[in-house]
Design a protein around this ligand. Structure first.
Ligand SMILES: [Zn+2]
Ligand SMILES: [Zn+2]
Length: 372
């Protein structure tokens, strides 16, 4: 079978032929891969900045944003059957008995850092025709989401962030109603998304669907299909080339939530200075090496204390975040059918993966499809 692999020593990204995997434990399922999304993490791995092959292997099969069909189930598999569509999670628990996070099935909160991640860290990924995995890492996809379920994994970033902050937002300040239903969690509150990549756009959709008055702020100038998507979901796009942060803050009023998805330290620091009273700042982007910048930490500390602010970093996602991502994809599809159709830029062959990953991203999300 075909797989897309990165060879670190020879610095190559290429399609390889390898033997298809077989079930070897009763709790496993055999997956036939349908779609695999590509993202910035794949670009870092294919630029040899990030990523580790499994121990003893000279290559890493990449791909972590997957949609697959179950084609065989082990004798102990209870929750799935042949023909089910699934989205697998990415992170696998560390081996330490004392890691409460991993031992309770929440490896996205792992304490030791010794977890593995399929397609990223010490475990082969999903950009292969067939994959074997344990049923406990599978998330069931309703058939109606076949076309867009490959977006579930990148959407879990926003879902995990929103799950963490919605409790906080509903209890602080204390006059808000903690019983408000999910689609009203952001009612009366403003959210500012930084960055217009897939994580930023999916974050904007999640926040808009939760009732926030949503703004997206990034460098890109129109015309741009990503800006069209922002407008189509009823959010407001503000171009950083034309509007400064103080101007933006004057336009929005009190900024209750900033969702950082640009991975740019200077941009994030400037944004932190316009976070509103009782505001929450969520960091999801991982910056690479960037120019050293000067800051005024005393001013930031003063603001954070005097304005009751929260700064929250979040990574990866748990099973409940996958469930809410799939529920939200369904909600997005009903609410913004035309916008949702533009999310997938195109489906391409595995042989085109290297060029797509290393080239300039066109559209919103490019997908490698098996069996095209
Ligand atoms: Zn990704
Ligand atoms: Zn752990």
């Amino acid at each position: 079978m075909k797989a897309v692999a990165v060879f670190l020593r020879s610095q190559q990204v290429t399609v390889i032929e390898q033997e298809a995997p077989r079930l070897c434990e009763p709790g496993q399922v055999l997956l036939r891969t349908l779609d695999v999304g590509i993202c910035g993490t794949d670009k870092e791995i294919c630029s040899f900045e990030y990523g580790t092959p499994p121990p003893g292997s000279d290559h890493l099969v990449i791909g972590h944003e997957s949609l697959a069909e179950i084609v065989q189930v082990g004798s102990a598999v209870e929750r799935f059957g042949v023909g089910d569509l699934v989205v697998p999670s990415v992170r696998r628990p560390c081996p330490h008995p004392g890691c409460l996070a991993c031992r309770s099935g929440h490896q996205d909160y792992c304490y030791t850092g010794e977890f593995t991640e399929r397609g990223i860290k010490e475990a082969h990924g999903y950009m292969a025709e067939y994959v074997v995995d344990h049923e406990r890492h599978m998330n069931l996809v309703p058939p109606g989401l076949r076309e867009i379920a490959v977006l579930a994994e990148p959407l879990t970033i926003a879902e995990k962030a929103l799950a963490q902050i919605s409790g906080m937002m509903q209890h602080r300040p204390p006059w808000l109603d903690p019983q408000a239903p999910a689609q009203e969690r952001g009612q009366g509150l403003s959210a500012l998304v930084l960055g217009i990549g897939p994580v930023g756009l999916l974050g904007a959709m999640t926040l808009a669907a939760a009732g926030f008055t949503t703004y997206v702020y990034s460098r890109e100038a129109p015309p741009n299909p990503r800006i069209d998507l922002v407008t189509a979901i009823g959010a407001t796009y503000v171009c950083a080339q034309a509007t400064t942060f103080p101007d933006l803050a004057a336009q929005i009023g009190n900024i209750d939530l900033i969702y950082e998805a640009a991975g740019h330290s200077h941009f994030a620091l400037q944004a932190l200075q316009v976070l509103g009273t009782n505001g929450i700042f969520v960091l999801t982007g991982v910056p690479g090496l960037q120019a050293f910048i000067q800051a005024d930490p005393a001013r930031l500390m003063r603001d954070m204390v005097l304005k009751n602010q929260v700064l929250l970093g979040t990574v990866n996602a748990g099973p409940e975040d996958f469930a809410s991502a799939l529920a939200d994809l369904d909600a997005f599809q009903r609410r913004w059918p035309d916008a949702v159709r533009t999310l997938i830029a195109g489906r391409y062959l595995p042989e085109q993966a290297a060029d797509l990953i290393l080239g300039r991203p066109a559209g919103i999300k490019s997908v490698i499809a098996f069996g095209l």
